[in-house]
Design a protein around this ligand. Structure first.
Ligand code: HEM
Length: 506
């Protein structure tokens, strides 16, 4: 009798499993008809991943898939096309005119970024990058004055001090006969910078035993299966994530930064201390009356200083890392860049100033060329917030549709950049730039929701590169496995291989 019962239970369970599988299969097949019904060209999906190729490692990312989608649609002559990640529909833009429409001209239909936030349950995890409309506009207006060129100049000296720590560390490493772990060194430099200007804290990232900030920075981009699952649910169904009360940020990270902001705030108030940094600008806004448009809440300060930390340290260190990689592989371009730097510095009494950096136009071409091949943010995404008709078509993009752009695909497209793998800063002379559509090279995004930290990111990257090139001659260490390849596991660009540089003191 006992055996009979358990057999029945097994049959019941099997029935439920098969029925659930069938229900999911039918639902997915229904979803996969979406683009076809609309008459939009699409890439054939397969159950259950849709068009996603890379899943379930430590975390999930569709960043490199977006380039493959771009390449496939482009090779078939399409200006845009539909794909699916699991059941979720996404529109991929290929033609730069459509990219311009969505990012700038018709921005009112695409205000939100395709990034998860949960303002109700997670106010400290809701910042300028992931906040949805209508909150985004007023927050952007409040934070914009923090990034003017005047404010950049105010912070300039703090950045130079941090670059001294980096150069000291590099000199010691070279003296010891060791190669430089480029990514780690540059991430430590930018952690020190952002710790100093966003939190008013000396991070000591080059003294690894002490640097809580560097440890936090590393842990933000690594995770276990649980955080992988959290990101997975958030990227495929923000609605379910909000119902499950998931947060955008890990709890220990939020607690750590909340404490840093709280203690710094108390210290400055008590001791009447003011410093030229982002935190001070935010604290001043916090002091404004609550009804004032300028007022920011304590939670907003925490959320946005965390954001500055994430957005500020990894993007700039990635920019520098790949720029140095290309310069180390191309000694003539490295020499030309160094020669320009020395010529400009000679005009400025050997001093690195904000103005001197603006005059280094070849350096900017080098950085642009590195960002073309290695854009720190590999994909850009928007959510359609109001139904929209794609220009010259009768295709209606419905509210809620995710729209994707692949800077990596555009940057390595041979139509725009012949022999795309070749590192050639001449592609970014003013004459060459004028020949191209301005929305082909968009490493900082475009339109009202572009990168607010562009000036700061470039200033930080230029300082780092100038300091390194004026102190060392670089080549690639034999320890580095070449060529570098892009990891498909990260939202921000990372190489699968570590980059080791061999440096010779100048
Ligand atoms: C070289 C360094 C950097 C690169 C390449 C970069 C790139 C980008 C890109 C591609 C976007 C998305 C733009 C779009 O969707 O159109 C973005 C947004 C953003 N970035 Fe950066 N970024 C850099 C540095 C920084 C720094 C230093 C900060 C702050 C201190 C920062 C803060 C932000 C913020 C807050 C947003 C969201 C803006 C909004 O939604 O209104 N970024 N960045």
């Amino acid at each position: 009798m006992g055996l009979y019962l358990s057999e029945l239970v097994v049959i019941d369970v099997l029935f439920v499993l098969v029925a659930s599988f069938l229900a999911v299969w039918v639902y997915f097949q229904h979803c996969y008809k979406y683009w076809e019904k609309k008459g939009v060209p699409y890439i054939k999906p397969s159950f259950p991943y849709g068009n996603i190729k890379v899943i379930f490692k430590r975390t999930i990312s569709i960043t490199t898939d977006a380039k493959d989608w771009y390449d496939e649609l482009k090779s078939k002559g399409h200006k845009f096309g539909g794909v699916y990640s699991f059941w979720r529909k996404r529109l991929v833009l290929v033609d730069p005119e459509y990219i311009k429409d969505i990012l700038t001209k018709d921005f009112q239909h695409f205000i939100d970024r395709d990034a998860f936030s949960n303002e109700k349950d997670d106010p400290k995890g809701t910042h300028l990058f992931n906040i949805q409309s209508p909150g985004w506009k007023s927050l952007r207006q409040k934070l914009t004055p923090t990034f003017t060129s005047g404010k950049m100049k105010m912070m300039f000296d703090s950045l130079l001090v941090c670059s001294d720590y980096m150069i000291d560390y590099m000199k010691k490493t070279v003296q010891d006969g060791q190669d430089l772990d480029s990514r780690e060194i540059l991430a430590s430099f930018t952690t020190d910078v952002i710790g100093s200007v966003a939190f008013g804290v000396e991070c000591n990232s080059f003294d690894s035993s002490k640097s809580d900030f560097r440890i936090r920075g590393r842990s933000m981009f690594t995770g276990n299966w649980l955080s992988g699952l959290r990101i997975f649910i958030a990227s495929f169904s923000p609605e379910i994530s909000r119902k499950l009360r998931l947060r955008a940020m890990k709890d220990p990270t939020t607690t750590f930064f909340t404490e840093v902001v709280r203690s710094t705030l108390e210290y400055r108030k008590k001791n009447n201390v003011r410093r030229p940094d982002f935190l001070q600008l935010l604290l001043d806004m916090h002091e404004e009356p609550i009804e004032s448009e300028k007022h920011v809440t304590f939670n907003q300060i925490v959320a946005n200083t965390i954001l500055f930390f994430i957005a500020g340290f990894d993007t700039s260190s990635t920019t520098m890392n790949f720029t140095l990689y290309e310069l180390a592989r191309n000694p003539e371009i490295q020499k030309k860049t160094r020669d320009e730097i020395n010529t400009v510095l000679a005009k400025h009494d050997g001093k690195i100033t904000y103005e001197a950096l603006q005059e280094m136009t070849y350096l900017q071409q080098v950085i642009d060329e590195a960002m073309r091949l290695w854009p720190p943010l590999i994909t850009l995404g928007r959510i359609c917030t109001k139904d929209y008709i794609l220009r010259d078509t009768d295709v209606v993009i419905e509210k809620g549709t995710s729209v994707m752009i692949s800077p990596l695909g555009l940057g390595r497209d041979p139509e725009y950049f012949p022999n795309p793998e070749k590192f050639d800063p001449e592609r970014f002379t003013p004459e060459e730039k004028a020949k191209r559509h301005p929305y082909i090279h968009i490493p900082f995004g475009e339109g009202p929701r572009n990168c607010i930290g562009l000036r700061f990111g470039l200033m930080q990257s230029r300082i780092g590169i100038v300091r390194v090139l004026t102190n060392f001659k670089l080549s690639i260490s034999p320890k580095t496995k070449l060529p570098l390849t892009i990891s498909s596991e990260h939202f921000l660009l990372k190489s699968n291989e570590k980059l080791y540089l061999r440096a010779e003191k100048i």
